[in-house]
Ligand binder design. Structure first.
Ligand code: SIN
Length: 279
């Protein structure tokens, strides 16, 4: 092993030490980091000093980068850099509810790498939940029921929230499809292409309905799965410091950014590594 790996909780997450990400990484170090990601679903690095070029170089060790769509790009920055910013006057934060990144796309993200540039004095932690455990702990009858089922994913809930500057109540999801600009249908239980393990793949932010059912008819089963999949026993909570880096696997975990720092500033830059179609 070229790196140190220290588990954050039994369920998910590990802190990686003995690596300076601002330097080019040797192939065996990259392989060890990839293995740690596969083993722990999300990995954390501390006290790094990275430029956007570094962030993109790190992402490219793990696959092709997924540039932002033109209307989402940030002027003056590379198309691959997503700015995650909350200003003191903002009410809503980016990624406020449990989700797996870009599950509304036909080819969703493999993983995201987020680098902390400014953090609030308190709060602003990020939660992660292990979706292998979420699947493994379902009752057998539920596993049988879900086998072969697909869900429709879209971006409507996000649009709806930003438009109204408030998070919809449960049940208001029926409205969200109206605002969607991209749709995809994915298996509710996906197989991780590298580990071969099964993971639950629905999330409150993007999943609209179960294929073949209306949005309203889908809600009972989806909300059962959302609650089951994000229970405390499957999670870890990461406390950011300036210079922290997090790399999560969108194929095996969900995440949610806590919005508990009103009046404070938080700034991060993120790159997205492109995945493969879920199966
Ligand atoms: C996200 O990428 O969903 C945001 C995570 C965070 O800001 O902690």
């Amino acid at each position: 092993m070229t790196i140190s790996v220290t588990k954050l909780t039994d369920a998910i997450g590990a802190e990686i030490g003995d690596v300076d990400l601002s330097n080019p990484l040797a192939a065996d170090t990259v392989a060890d980091i990839r293995q740690a990601l596969l083993d722990h679903c999300v990995i954390f690095f501390r006290d790094q000093e990275l430029s956007d070029d570094d962030l993109m170089r790190i992402g490219r060790y793990f696959g092709e980068l997924q540039p932002l769509p033109p209307h989402r790009q940030f002027p003056g920055l590379y198309p691959e850099i997503l700015v995650v910013e909350k200003k003191p006057e903002d009410v809503i934060n980016f990624g406020w509810e449990w989700h797996s990144d870009t599950s509304h796309l036909p080819v969703p993200s493999l993983g995201s790498i987020l680098y902390a540039i400014e953090v609030p004095k308190t709060g602003g932690d990020t939660m992660f939940a292990n979706q292998y455990l979420a699947y493994d702990t379902l009752p057998d009858e539920m596993k049988e029921k879900l086998a072969g089922m697909k869900a429709v994913h879209a971006n409507g809930r996000i649009h709806n929230t930003l438009k109204n500057n408030r998070i919809p109540e449960q049940g208001e999801e029926v409205e969200s499809a109206t605002y969607s600009d991209a749709w995809s249908t994915h298996p509710i239980v996906r197989t991780h292409p590298e580990t071969g393990r099964k993971a639950l793949y629905v999330n409150l932010t993007h999943t609209e309905s179960i294929e073949g059912m209306s949005v309203a008819e889908s809600q009972d089963l989806l909300h059962y799965l959302y609650e089951h999949s994000t229970q405390d026993a499957f999670t870890c909570r990461f406390k950011w410091r300036k210079g922290s880096v997090t790399f999560w696997d969108n194929r095996s975990c969900q995440h949610a950014a806590l919005n508990d720092y009103p009046g404070e500033y938080r700034l991060m830059h993120r790159v997205q590594v492109k995945g493969t179609p879920p199966f």
